[in-house]
Design a protein around this ligand. Sequence first.
Ligand code: NAP
Length: 324
Amino acid sequence: MSDFMFQRMALIGIGLLGSSIALAARQRGLVDHIAITTRSEATLHRAEELGLGDSYHINSVDAVKDADLIIVCTPVGACEAVAKAIAPHLQPGAIVTDVGSVKASVVRQMQPHLPGNVHFVPSHPIAGTEHSGPDAGFAELFINRWCILTPPEGTDEVAVETLHAFWTALGSNVEMMDPHHHDNVLAITSHLPHLIAYNIVGTASDLELVTNSEVIKYSAGGFRDFTRLAASDPTMWRDVFLHNKEAALEMLGRFSEDLTALQRAIRWEDGDKLFELFSRTRSIRRSIIDAGQEVDVSDFGRHLRDGETHAKTLNRDDHEYTGS
Ligand code: NAP
């Protein structure tokens, strides 16, 4: 009897998320064989150089053959094409999941193509950085990060529990959610902040009154915090907004109204209004720290392990999270 949770894990797409799953699953001894497939020869070759898997396939069909866990780690917009391609070749009883930052669209894209004898349990690990590609992965990415599962109604409970156990073993805290609710929550906590960052960095680079070199020189004033989010992968984020359009527009509408109110407060020198808002928002950061999703020092929101100092965790890796 094997000790592995899965015999063969197929990773479709081997960027930041795919490579982090490969490294974490290997480190924790969760899977026997890791089969890797991706769109381009160059990325596949790099994954092989990095030793991320046990077998490498340019055709996704070869990777999913005999796999009992399939994880789609491509941008959200590619999910339907992937589901169509792999569906006829899936082993009965296999668990199919993904890591997409949007959930209702992924369910719409994939579910109709998947055969009834496999278990489809979409996932979204709320863990990321602004880096992409197979070199960006690290085994600790999921530690103390939430992973949201959005199983469609009627999904086999054992399959959900098995995937829950897998993400837990990778270090995540797992929660269940309806896909539409997930998309609303993420629209305000992740998608809108990224859009604001892309926008402010774009605005700054288009200014005539202030030069680009001044923006860079004095970026410690706040601007640089936005630049990290705005350095995130353009393909991934294009797909997030195209596939979470309604929720993103809803949150953007609310945001624009509130911004207009702030604009008015500045114009009419309504200091009380500004002070009241700035005091209220300050306490949100405290709540995030209290929830263990950030710390006052820069160990990137992870709790210290036994015997570790912050200096040691800083040496463990040098990644900063965006949690997208
Ligand atoms: P990534 O580093 O850019 O890697 C993407 C992978 O998908 C690459 O292997 C790429 O292949 C492949 N790919 C790209 N376009 C494709 C297409 N049209 N068809 C098939 N394969 C394609 O991306 P990532 O950051 O790992 O993100 C992957 C997924 O995780 C996304 O859905 C994203 O929403 C989600 N996610 C990301 C984060 C984050 O912070 N980055 C956090 C949580 C969830 P080639 O290189 O071979 O072209």
